[in-house]
Design a protein around this ligand. Sequence first.
Ligand SMILES: Cc1ncc(COP(=O)(O)O)c(C=O)c1O
Length: 386
Amino acid sequence: MSPAAGNGAGDGATNTPAAGDGNANAVGNAAARAGGSGAARMIDLRSDTVTRPTEAMRAAMAAAPVGDDCYGDDPTVLELERRTAEILGKEAAMYVPTGTMSNQLALRAHTEPGDAVLIGPGAHIWFGEGGAPSPISGVVIRPLDGERGMFGAATLRAALNLDMGTVRARMQAPVRLVCAENTHNGAGGTVWPPDVLREMLAAAREAGLATHLDGARLWHATAATGIPEAEFAAGFDTVNACFSKALGAPLGSALAGPAGLIERARRFKQLYGGGFRQAGIVAAGALYALEHHRGRLAEDHARAGTLARGLAAIPGLEVDVKGVETNIVRFRTVAVDAPEFAGRCRERGVLLNAYSRRDLRIIPHLHTTDDDVEQALETFRRAASV
Ligand SMILES: Cc1ncc(COP(=O)(O)O)c(C=O)c1O
């Protein structure tokens, strides 16, 4: 496992407030990114979640017909759920405020307290969601070994075989669910090879396990490979997909799967306070993002590649250039502490996340331009040579 893969935490790293006043509207417009307030312009590479709704997205949101999500009659939410289920190739989908809620509702819907859940290395569900599986679902997480956030059929079978035919089998929590993450945030945006995924899912089926895909950034796996989201999602019972990461929507995720299971998850959505009334306002942003921003993600991947190659040429920094498959670039400092490096960059106008003493992450997104990439690399060069 790479050092970075050991930390799947999403966006809660060493953060600094973004510049601007939240009024960034025009994609790629530098003045707008600075909030139009005359504040010093920051290049924010902390995450693909820091985007602001574009002017056109805001117009779509303002015009959205709405109802009441708790009554199930918000037409924009219903349309978003229909369209998301269609893209993911599932029978039904349910709109929820966050990816964390979507994943945790999946765990709750698939399991009963006391069950065990198998999960890959560095998974967000395990590391980045506040310890939720334990208090919310009462499940035991059993981590699997793997490389770059992935694990194969053999690893899964070995983990299950440990329990079989011994007295331990009766003493252990029964395994009900296996979760995978694609793309894998903690490992640096890695994409599961389809054959590895297929074989792992076959092994899970063979063992009678339910399967959940944390596809927060499944859109990126599709943009990187040309394989439709539905093909990656096929074989999983449920899928989480996020609209607020890279697609540029202000918030929201969806849990997709069989209608019966999604109905069961709806009961828990209400229980956890996830019914969000006139949610059509924000669902319209997600619908807009699906139709207008999903097709541009390769641009982010290209900029991530440029950033990785630039970082590799800077003495004092280490990056696995080939490992950058999508929009996430994880890199390491050789000598300087990563939080110190991030602080130097912040002083020079570039925001990034430090995850440990040596690990950092940057993610170009909807508002990142080629000029930003050049400027960020120059900043990294200076910060590394202080
Ligand atoms: C892979 C992955 N899953 C789930 C989440 C959780 O999403 P949210 O921040 O909307 O709760 C994140 C957030 O970064 C993520 O990276």
